[in-house]
Design a protein around this ligand. Structure first.
Ligand code: HXC
Length: 257
């Protein structure tokens, strides 16, 4: 409620955030980012919500950070305000977030998608880091997350040339989990989101945390961390419920505890 740049709705157990600044192709102003942050934080607090979708329009997921807002900024202003710091708030959300991407996901738009847990692309999606053309560089994880997603050579080529990648290339490179016809994107994303939301929220968050730890840890530390969380699931009601439902050939009822 009260949002200027996004639409927020709950579809059953799925929270949906739709970027809605069509005149600027969903360029990510500070205002827009703050609204995304507050919407996803509300969904994190909402016990009914099990997963979140962030999407844009058919023409643009987001055409980057707002160039008109950044244009005149000085180094001192950028540094003193720790420009872009609040963008990372998204990565503190513990419920899974699916980016459903149609059209342009450029610069900060591509980085926003990469901060989500799963990217599903419509067949007209376009990904790129064109900052070099503007005399700057990716500032919200583009030089770090892209290389982990698609490897050094492809990431370097995108960042240094500013060339874009289409949906099929993005899937081949491993940036997106799959490509679907543009008009079916939201329905497909909803199916995936609903499936995730049908499981124990507690276990789902543990699984997300374990997978994400692989970004930060060595293999040995990561496997140790995974093992501890795996052990911890045996202290939950939902592990007992999930396994006894299997043995008793019935559908489990999750209690998120
Ligand atoms: C502000 C933007 C914008 C942006 C588009 N618009 N992208 N405004 N910031 N990033 C505005 C245009 O100014 C225009 O408004 C309107 O949206 C429609 O855009 P057009 O260019 O007329 O549309 P089209 O010809 O279809 O071209 C689409 C496009 C192009 C290829 C996506 O808009 C484009 O190249 N945009 C910039 C992409 C980019 O460089 N992104 C990286 C930004 S830097 P008016 O009012 O003029 O009609 C970045 C830094 C990241 O993201 C740092 C970390 C976050």
């Amino acid at each position: 409620t009260g949002f200027q740049n996004i639409l927020v709705e709950k579809k059953g157990k799925v929270g949906v955030v739709t970027l809605n600044r069509p005149k600027a192709l969903n360029a990510l102003s500070d205002g827009l980012i703050n609204e995304i942050n507050s919407a996803v934080k509300q969904f994190q607090e909402d016990k009914e919500v099990g997963s979140i979708i962030i999407t844009g329009s058919e023409k643009a997921f987001a055409a980057g950070a707002d160039i008109k807002e950044m244009e005149k900024k000085t180094l001192a202003e950028a540094y003193n305000t720790d420009m872009l710091a609040q963008w990372h708030d998204l990565t503190y959300i513990r419920k899974p977030i699916i980016a459903a991407v149609n059209g342009y996901a450029l610069g900060g738009g591509c980085e926003l998608a990469m901060m989500c847990d799963i990217i599903i692309a419509g067949d007209k999606a376009v990904f790129g880091q064109p900052e070099i053309k503007l005399g700057t560089i990716p500032g919200c994880g583009g030089t770090q997350r892209l290389i982990r997603a698609i490897g050094k050579s492809k990431a370097m080529e995108l960042v240094l040339t500013g060339n874009n990648m289409n949906a099929v290339e993005a899937e081949k490179a491993g940036l997106v989990s799959r490509v679907v016809p543009a008009e079916e994107l939201l329905a497909e994303a909803m199916k995936t989101a609903e499936k995730i939301a049908s499981y124990s929220q507690l276990t789902v968050s543990m699984a997300k945390e374990a997978v994400n730890s692989s970004y930060e840890l060595t293999l040995k530390e990561g496997i140790h961390f995974e093992r501890r969380i795996f052990h911890a699931t045996f202290g939950t009601h939902d592990q007992k419920e999930g396994m006894s439902a299997f043995v008793e050939k019935r559908t489990p009822t999750w209690h998120n505890k």
